[in-house]
Design a protein around this ligand. Structure first.
Ligand SMILES: [Cu+2]
Length: 154
């Protein structure tokens, strides 16, 4: 009996250690909750982070219009100069959920297309280089209508 108790106690102690480690990792993340809808806006348009910070973004589409015509996504790009090229290329990339493959190297993080009342999440590491990194909804015309924001790393 004693022989069987000892390993169980060790396992419990190990399990407790593992749980604590996971909890600490979660605590270290910056959590950003964004909602959007039929008004073509993100309700959070500024995110600040330090270089290399772990960021968790959750996006909810509170709109009511169908995914096919009024879905929304969240695409973080590697430079401000990529907003217009990416948004323009996305217009003819409906078949790949408005993510043009030719510009995929400029994408730092993605929450894929969401229909009404759907949520999506992504965890990523903020760039090491200080600067401004734009995020957009790349569904046709949405970024041009103002569905965008900025991650500032400093
Ligand atoms: Cu959108």
């Amino acid at each position: 009996m004693k022989l069987r108790l000892l390993p169980s106690a060790l396992l419990l102690a190990l399990a407790a250690m593992v749980t604590q480690t996971v909890a600490r990792a979660d605590d270290a993340e910056k959590v950003v909750v964004i909602s959007c809808g039929d008004n073509l806006k993100f309700d959070v348009t500024k995110i600040e982070a330090v270089p290399g910070e772990k960021i968790h973004v959750k996006l909810t589409n509170n709109g009511t219009m169908p995914k096919a015509t009024m879905g929304h996504n969240w695409i973080l790009l590697d430079s401000m100069s990529q907003v217009n090229p990416y948004a323009t290329a996305a217009m003819s990339a409906a078949a790949s959920a408005y993510q043009p493959k030719t510009l995929a190297t400029h994408v730092l993080a993605v929450i894929p297309l969401l229909g009404p009342k759907e949520s999506g999440e992504v965890t990523f590491t903020a760039p090491a280089k200080p600067g401004k990194y734009p995020y957009i909804c790349s569904v046709s015309g949405h970024a041009m209508a103002g569905m965008r924001g900025e991650l500032t790393v400093k």
